[in-house]
Design a protein. Sequence first.
Length: 187
Amino acid sequence: MTNVDGGAFPRPSGLDVDAAARLAGQVQEFGFDSARLVVGRFAEMFDRFQSSTARSGSAGPLSWVSGPMAQNPSDEPDALLLAHVEPGGRCAARMWMHNPTNSSVSNLRFWSQGFVTHDGKTLPPSAITFNPPNVPSIEPESSLEVTVSVAIPSATLPGTYHGQILVEGLPEEVFPARVNVVDPAVR
């Protein structure tokens, strides 16, 4: 077996060196971005908690849901960004449910009405799944990881698909999400 760049990991069969290098770069970029976002969110939560307890003696409001976010000022704030994916492919991202209140919250269910492009192309609601799909209970001041997966139907046309993630049981919460479906011939 040959190694990618002479390293310790064998190159998967059918993957040329250039494709393997691009894939490794994408994985590395995703890992660094994820770590930066987790640390940034923790620091933000701590700052809000610390400033609210100094003033009132109780925790202040925090976002219920967070995930890998938009990084450009023109992007949606706090949008869950899923990886670029080809028609027929699947992608996923993690988001976090935070219970910033002082009481338990029960019977939460994640769902989406589907995603749409600026010109009306759609991804059906059935393409978007959640793991876990339901949360029986989330304790006060605790968090839970949720994986959002999107299975792109093979007939899907390329484009940027925008949608919302809603949580049954939290009527005031809505979380924007975005996935870029790319033309396999362009890559």
